[in-house]
Design a binder for this molecule. Structure first.
Ligand SMILES: *[C@@H]1O[C@H](CO)[C@@H](O)[C@H](O)[C@H]1NC(C)=O
Ligand SMILES: *[C@@H]1O[C@H](CO)[C@@H](O)[C@H](O)[C@H]1NC(C)=O
Length: 482
């Protein structure tokens, strides 16, 4: 009897500690690759920073990934939308992000984390980069690595965002960004169990774009300072009349065709024509643009800049906007299995050696002698920072939305819940219409069934069935061992 109890205790312990986790994704040449399925990973993403910069409140112990109710509410709508990645701009490395990271992980959603913050000393100052590259700054960004390195759904870190935004800022900042990347990557190598890609998120300023990418991706005698990924904040496709040519996507393809690192839109979604129709989605994931690895729509929440997919009310309720409906419809049209097909040539591309000749514009930085590691920083890299706060996955228990969610028509979307992806899967477009145009929330489809806010039974059942098979197999395996 005693041993049966012990066995049961062990079994229960094992079962509760089994946390589902998305597969780590790694960079191979110009593609992201799922390390388990070996398929190509394409970013179908949304930028996520509710409250904008003001959503980062270290003095109140809060940032966009600290409130589990908020994360659950938004992970549910993002999952329905079809997103597989969020980008979060400002996090506090001293806070606990376990609940939020775990919720997004269970939803099959990866995170790209910017290591910087909006407050003084939390980023490189583009006017005088040498004044901001120091030990205290590195301690902060290494803290972000410590905080997020153990979450399997941490896809990448951004070392900087739009520091170079004109010819003037392109003169000397590039070498500082590479110095920061050198240190970040050395830190990850020394203190993380897996490699996590690091890269730069660039402004779409066409006069410096190619030089920025060329400077960041080249091999600088193997010093490890190169970008592993390249994000482009791209707003050139505006409205339903834009085309591949008028939006300049053809130029982007020419530029990045032979990139040795993944290139993707770290922001997109021009808002000059409202509501947005997101025709660029078909182009971005289409046959002509396979050199790019997808992108992230700017942005989840409606803020002053007027780019929101959803409006968050003070009472915590969310109203989906027409932009959400249009984007969901576009994502639903994507052929994910085609998009995830690998292209063998692309994964083996090697970076060119750094050389002045790679830079086309005279005024842009051609100095590849990087600033020396800042005073006291080498020790920090070797020994690690003091008292790091290391995140870890926790069990996700609640799945029902803690807040009301309204369709763009104004009616409430009922029975919203997170679908826990028990097969360690990545989220894919659901085929659903979360926010139907009419008010009763259940539009009959061609086959007579109701497509609405509820789960498509087929997909949900097969995921569940997979989960139970796994569970049964675990139980049998454990019992056999005991
Ligand atoms: C990319 O590589 C292919 C094959 O080597 C080459 O034909 C093409 O001209 C290259 N494109 C650019 C923009 O360098
Ligand atoms: C290149 O940058 C390094 C480090 O920032 C600096 O010491 C050196 O003087 C620069 N070289 C030139 C030619 O400007």
């Amino acid at each position: 009897m005693r041993s049966l109890f012990n066995s049961l205790a062990v079994l229960t312990g094992l079962l509760t500690s089994v946390a589902v986790a998305v597969h780590p994704v790694e960079v191979q040449g110009q593609d992201f690759i799922d390390t388990v399925t070996k398929k190509r990973f394409m970013i179908v993403g949304v930028d996520y920073q509710p409250g904008g910069q003001a959503g980062y409140k270290p003095q109140e112990n809060s940032d966009p990934l600290t409130n589990k109710d908020v994360c659950l509410r938004d992970a549910i709508t993002l999952q329905k939308l079809g997103a597989n990645t969020i980008r979060v701009y400002n996090v506090d490395p001293t806070l606990n992000h376990d609940d939020c990271a775990s919720i997004f992980n269970s939803a099959g959603i990866y995170m790209i984390i910017d290591v910087n913050g909006p407050q003084s000393g939390e980023s490189i100052n583009r006017a005088e980069p040498w004044t901001s590259y120091h030990k205290d700054y590195l301690r902060r960004i290494f803290g972000v690595v410590e905080n997020f390195k153990n979450y399997p759904n941490t896809l990448a870190f951004f070392s900087a965002n739009e520091v170079m935004n004109d010819m003037d800022t392109g003169k000397v900042n590039p070498q500082y960004i590479r110095a920061v990347q050198r240190d970040l990557k050395a830190y990850i190598k020394a203190h993380s169990k897996r490699t996590i890609p690091v890269g730069y998120s660039a402004a779409d300023v066409r006069e410096i774009l190619q030089d920025t990418w060329a400077y960041m991706q080249c091999d600088n005698d193997g010093d490890g300072s190169e970008s592993d990924i390249f994000g482009l904040n791209s707003y050139s496709w505006c409205g339903g009349d834009a085309t591949f040519q008028t939006a300049g996507y053809n130029t982007l393809v020419d530029m990045f065709e032979n990139s040795s690192i993944p290139v993707f839109f770290s922001e997109y979604g021009c808002n000059e024509v409202m509501p947005r129709v997101f025709d660029e989605v078909a182009a971005l994931y289409g046959d002509k643009m396979t050199a790019l690895s997808g992108g992230l729509v700017y942005e989840y929440s409606q803020e002053e800049s007027n780019y929101g997919l959803a409006t968050i009310d003070e009472d915590g309720s969310v109203k989906l906007r027409k932009d959400f409906d249009a984007l969901q419809a576009q994502f639903n049209k994507l052929d994910m299995s085609k998009i995830q097909a690998t292209k063998p040539d692309a994964t083996s591309i090697k970076a060119p050696k750094c050389d002045k000749k790679l830079i086309t514009n005279d005024a842009f930085d051609t100095n590849f002698t990087l600033p020396a590691v800042c005073p006291g920083c080498q020790t920090l890299i070797q020994n690690g920072i003091d008292k790091p706060i290391n995140g870890k996955l926790v069990k996700v228990l609640a799945t029902k939305s803690p807040n009301k969610v309204y369709a763009s028509s104004g009616s409430e979307v009922k029975n919203l819940a997170l679908t826990l992806l028990s097969n360690d899967g990545v989220n894919t477009p659901s085929g659903e219409t979360t926010s139907p145009a009419d008010s009763d929330n259940a539009i009959p489809t061609a086959d007579g069934s109701a497509a609405g806010e509820s789960d498509k039974p087929g997909a949900a059942t097969s995921k569940l069935a997979g989960g139970w098979t796994l569970l049964a197999a675990t139980v049998i395996a454990v019992l056999t061992v005991l």
